[in-house]
Design a binder for this molecule. Structure first.
Ligand code: FAD
Length: 517
């Protein structure tokens, strides 16, 4: 659809009424987009929806939304904006599924590219070799990648806990879950990318070809180009998973067992963990409604004022090797120091296990508890500091974990490629600690203010104690903060920005490079 002047003026009015501070592109500039010959179209009706994200705490209205019908639509749009030069305020944000936390996939007064319009027909599995792979559009959801690859008995190796996220969105961050100890994060499992750079060039890149752009884009926070296709490594998919949770009351035993398991050769296929602090209110009387075999229940009972640590594990198997799996699991569990009466396990399909958070999403949506603010805080803590961190945070700063899960599990640096843009602590083992709070109330314990106050205390402690923490999915707002985040790697990051997006058109919502105008 060609944007009419009337549409443009309506939008400019909306921007002004929305009270959002932004560079407003003039109507001629917006109208010039309508002259582009595209397979897809620009639209205005979904601009408000594109000004929202999962975090639900930041709303920046775009001037228009591109629904690309092809990669060339994205390239033509970026080239056009690039041709307007540095005096134009127009920026472009690729939007995956909009599951960012603080406006990272938004573009105030700019163009949002709905990457999901590009998904579907180009998802292609290549299963004919020893190293199978899938070519996935950047806007494809991981759940759809899984469905498609399972048809060939294959699946990607490394995941996020939740699969209704896009390929381009998680590869722009890192993509971390309980398989990362073995395979590295998702960015370590990509063979090739197709990227539209900030100049509008369509570039194929890999470790062998245009490698600087390849590594820049992985974990690159959308700063160097829009990922339109990713070639993702696959492995044979198991049919079933033994899903296990066990509880600890001692943090040292919990983390020592986690570390032993991630370093062992014969080990589980997925290793995570979480912290339960003085948990109340989910079940009034967990003991009567408790199904000891169900691992989901392990996180639900009251912890009676104590801090407990839950180790979460899986072992993959197929029907013909269930016996071997039983033996291996028994042998592995016998080495652990959990509270013996707290072993919960169940057998589910691989698909059910990987898509487990979606099951919670459906329940929370039904109660109106999904589309609430999410003041999340995700930290990467070096192993050498994790005990100091736990001592200060669990039970002292945080008196309960009723507002959402607290993840805590170790990963190993050697599985992360230091040529990517991802920033991690400088130690072989570091922990991902995720405070995944929901804030359904306007005031009090369940409010954004309460959660942010706790988050700030945690971050301040990390800074004052100088524990070498790095934030994941960081919501920094100034270049100064980003420079501190990147440290010695800032120079490379900045050089790459000048090379691939010299006018700072892309991903303005990360607030790293303000667009000159
Ligand atoms: P968006 O939020 O839409 O975009 C994220 C950023 O990438 C933006 O800056 C955007 O402009 C840019 N971008 C989007 N698409 C592209 C593209 N094709 N090319 C270039 N840049 C692009 N993360 C983990 O690592 N592990 C987890 O286990 C995990 N679990 C999660 C669970 C839930 C319930 C949620 C909501 C998030 C979780 N995340 C996890 C975080 C997730 O990685 C981020 O939300 C990420 O932003 C992906 O979301 P998205 O695909 O919707 O991308």
């Amino acid at each position: 659809m060609k944007p009419s002047l009337e549409h443009c003026f309506k939008l400019l009015l909306l921007l002004a009424l929305g009270g959002v501070t932004m560079h407003v592109p003039d109507a001629d500039v917006l109208s010039s987009l309508g002259a582009l010959r595209l397979y897809g179209h620009f639209s205005f009706h979904d601009a408000t929806a594109m000004a929202r994200d999962f975090g639900n705490r930041c709303s920046l209205l775009p001037a228009t939304v591109l629904h690309p019908g092809s990669v060339s639509d994205i390239a033509a749009t970026v080239r056009h904006v690039f041709s307007l030069g540095e005096r134009s305020p127009l920026t472009i944000a690729a939007r995956g599924h909009g599951h960012s936390l603080m406006g990272q996939s938004q573009a105030a007064g700019g163009i949002v590219v709905r990457m999901e319009s590009l998904r579907g027909d180009r998802l292609q599995v290549h299963d004919g070799s020893m190293s199978p792979f899938v070519d996935a559009p950047g806007g494809e959801l991981w759940i759809n990648v899984l469905h498609e690859t399972l048809k060939y008995g294959l699946a990607p190796k490394s995941w996020t806990d939740y699969l209704h996220l896009t390929v381009g969105g998680t590869l722009s961050n890192a993509g971390v879950s309980g398989q990362a100890f073995r395979h590295g994060p998702q960015v370590s499992n990509v063979n090739q990318l197709e990227i539209v750079t900030g100049r509008g060039d369509v570039v194929t890149c890999s470790p062998e070809e245009n490698s600087d752009l390849f590594y820049a884009a992985l974990g690159g926070l959308g700063q160097f180009g829009i990922i339109t296709r990713a070639r993702i490594a696959l492995e044979p998919a198991p049919k079933m998973v033994r899903w296990i949770r066990v509880l600890y009351s001692d943090f040292a035993s919990f983390t020592e067992d986690q570390e032993m398991l991630i370093m062992a050769k014969n080990t589980f296929d997925y290793i995570e963990g979480f912290v339960i602090i003085n948990r109340t209110g989910i079940l009034n009387n967990w003991r009567t409604s408790f199904k000891p075999q169900d691992p989901v229940q392990a996180s639900r009972f009251q912890s009676d004022g104590r801090v407990l640590y839950c180790l979460e594990l899986t072992k993959n198997f197929n029907s013909n090797d269930a016996g071997t799996m039983e033996q291996e699991v028994t042998a592995l569990l016998s080495k652990l120091r959990y509270i013996r009466s707290t072993l919960f396990h169940t057998d589910v399909t691989y698909l059910e296990f990987l898509d487990r958070v979606h099951t919670s999403e459906v329940k929370l949506r039904a109660q109106g508890l999904w589309e609430v603010p999410h003041p999340w805080l995700n930290l990467l803590i070096p192993r050498s500091s994790i005990h100091r961190f736990a001592k200060e945070v669990f039970g002292k700063i945080l008196k309960d974990s009723n507002n959402g899960p607290i993840l805590l599990y170790p990963v190993n640096k050697s599985k992360w490629d230091n040529r990517t843009s991802v920033v991690i602590p400088d130690e072989e083992i570091f922990y991902l600690v995720g405070f995944l709070s929901s804030a359904p109330s306007l005031s009090g314990h369940g409010s954004v203010a309460h959660a942010m106050n706790l988050n700030n205390q945690i971050v301040e402690f990390c800074e004052e104690a100088d524990i070498g923490m790095k934030q994941y999915l960081a919501p920094y707002t100034t270049q100064q903060q980003w420079k501190a985040h990147f440290g010695a790697r800032w120079e490379t990051f900045e050089r790459r920005k000048h090379t691939y997006d010299p006018l700072a058109i892309l991903a303005p919502g990360q607030r790293i490079f303000p667009k000159a105008s």
